[in-house]
Structure formats: structure tokens, C-alpha cells
Design a protein around this ligand. Structure first.
Ligand SMILES: Cc1cc2nc3c(=O)[nH]c(=O)nc-3n(C[C@H](O)[C@H](O)[C@H](O)COP(=O)(O)O)c2cc1C
Length: 279
């Protein structure tokens, strides 16, 4: 766990609702968001989880403490998550916190997100990065090792809850290089390059047109011409891996080499949290 320091002393009152906005491609970030909710709820805080892809930014309540739990991607995060942060409403000191999940190095994502939130008037309380299993171009399966990493990640989430409620808040201003590194995921043209480097493909032999990918894609990149056809990628993919992780036929592939499917939780669990706008 790496904490970034900007000390602030601010009480999170038990009377204030805590809304956590989450996105998760393969389930890692949702596991962490669930853990934070369970931990704080057990301490009598009132916590709700909202999927970012279903959130209407104009309707976001600015009188709640607001948490964000998101994955790191390409030393930043997914383009549609940058859009989400940029579209958040202006606030008058809404207390917020940020958790990112990552495999190794985020490029300092917490810094540029903090800048956006501060500009919007948020009071940026605390942020943390939590290591979780790799979800991208996984060459082979190692369920035991992944489970160990998940267990450590959940422990880090518990520690972060202690930080939050014990008022030891910290969110470091990350130097300029974090803005520079995050540009790759913020720039539409660089992301086009990533799409070209890691092309998405679907096997006509394996696909049963079950529409799971169509339903699960957070940006509606998969299109169906008619109900029996094989979905077609609209070339707007953000590379979040959700369709690859949850395709029941393992028919979707990214990149040129063979990879294994990874998901941190079963489809039913993810879908339960996606279906209910608020849990
Ligand atoms: C397209 C893509 C890019 C990624 N880039 C990074 C990265 O730059 N640094 C890193 O530490 N992890 C990176 N990861 C790993 C994810 O951040 C990590 O597995 C995360 O926990 C996935 O969360 P999710 O299951 O909630 O989507 C990347 C994963 C994907 C799919």
C-alpha cells in the first residue's frame, strides 16, 4: 500500500451518507469497493455503491462523502473514466477519497485525478493504491498466487478504512511526471494506438451470440446487427477486459498472443452490482 501525503484533519460523520462510485473490468476494483463498504458499514457508516457506467454525473449528490474506486490502465485509467471525472458537478467542499487498483505501477494516477477533483471544489481527503492480480494479457493461470494477492489487497482496503475514519487523511500532490504519464490514457489518439497494438477479436467458431459482451461493455462498443449475429467491435474499445473476462465461451481475445481468462468474481456477482443502480 502506498499512501500519498497531504495531511488533512476532517471528521467523516456517521450521519453523512458515503457514496462510492466504482468501475471494474475484471472484478478487482469491485472486490475492493465491496470490502470498503462492508468494513465501514460494520462500523455504522451508511455506504452505497454505484456503478460509474450507470451514473448520471449531473445527478450526483454533492452533500454525500464521495469515494471513487477504479482500475489503473496504461499509467492512467480508461478514457471513459477520465470523461466521468471531467463531467463531475462543481461542489462546495464535498469530501472525497480515491482508491485505484493496479498490477504494479500507476504512473501516479492519484495526482492528476486529485487535480481534477480539486478544480471541481472537492475536498480531497485520502487516496491509496492497492495491488491486485494482473488482468491484462495474462499469459498463464496461477489461481493460488492471484488469491494471495487478492487477500493482501483486501487487508489493504481494511487499513485504508481505518485511515479514513481515524482522520489520518493523506493525498500527496504528485509531481509533474504523473500528468505526463497519464497523457497516454487521456489522449484519444494515443488510445487509438493502443487499440491498434492490442486488437480485439471474436471467434466466429466459439461465439454463440449470447450477447454477454454486448450487455457488459461499459461503453457499448459491441454491436449486434440482428439477434443471431456475431457481435462486432465498434473500434471504441477502452481495453477494460470485461468482455474477455466474462465471455462464457472464451471467444473474445485481445492482442496477438494466446492469453488466459481472468476474473476476480463470478458473472452473477458482478451483474448483481451492475443491475442495481445502488447497492
Ligand atoms: C488495459 C490495461 C492496462 C493496464 N495498465 C496498467 C498499468 O499501467 N499499471 C498497472 O500497475 N497495472 C495496469 N493494469 C492492471 C490493472 O490495473 C489491474 O489488474 C486492476 O486491478 C484491474 O482492475 P479491474 O479488475 O477492476 O478492472 C492494466 C490492466 C489493463 C486491462
Amino acid at each position: 500500500m502506498r499512501l500519498y501525503f497531504e495531511r488533512s484533519i476532517m471528521m467523516i460523520s456517521k450521519e453523512t451518507q458515503i457514496s462510492i462510485y466504482w468501475f471494474s473490468g475484471t472484478g478487482n476494483s469491485l472486490l475492493i469497493a465491496q470490502r470498503i463498504k462492508d468494513n465501514l458499514s460494520a462500523k455504522d457508516y451508511s455506504v452505497s455503491l454505484f456503478p460509474i457506467e450507470k451514473a448520471k454525473t449531473a445527478e450526483i449528490k454533492t452533500d454525500n462523502v464521495t469515494g471513487f474506486v477504479i482500475p489503473v490502465a496504461m499509467f492512467g485509467t480508461y478514457p471513459f473514466l477520465w470523461d466521468f471525472f471531467n463531467d463531475l458537478p462543481e461542489t462546495n467542499g464535498t469530501q472525497c477519497f480515491l482508491v485505484d487498483t493496479l498490477q504494479g505501477y500507476s504512473g501516479g494516477l492519484l495526482g492528476p485525478v486529485k487535480k481534477i477533483l480539486k478544480k471541481k471544489g472537492y475536498r480531497t481527503l485520502a487516496a491509496v493504491e492497492i495491488k491486485m492480480p494482473n488482468a491484462f494479457l495474462k499469459p498463464r493461470e496461477n489461481k493460488e498466487k492471484d488469491q494471495q494477492i487478492i487477500n493482501s489487497g483486501l487487508t489493504e482496503a481494511d487499513k485504508f478504512c481505518d485511515v479514513l475514519i481515524n482522520e489520518q487523511h493523506s493525498w500527496f500532490d504528485i509531481p509533474f511526471y504523473s500528468d505526463l504519464l497519464s497523457l497516454g490514457s487521456r489522449s484519444k489518439s494515443v488510445y487509438n494506438l493502443y487499440r491498434a497494438m492490442f486488437p480485439l477479436s471474436i471467434s466466429k467458431e466459439k461465439c454463440t451470440a449470447c450477447k454477454t459482451c454486448v450487455v457488459l461493455c461499459p461503453i457499448k462498443n459491441w454491436k449486434l446487427d440482428d439477434s443471431s449475429s456475431i457481435p462486432v467491435s465498434d473500434n471504441r474499445c477502452n481495453l477494460c477486459q470485461r468482455c474477455i473476462a466474462y465471455c462464457p465461451e472464451k471467444a473474445i481475445k485481445i492482442g496477438k498472443n494466446e492469453t488466459v481468462q481472468y476474473k476476480a468474481m463470478p458473472f452473477k456477482e458482478l451483474n448483481k452490482y451492475l443491475k442495481n443502480k445502488m447497492l
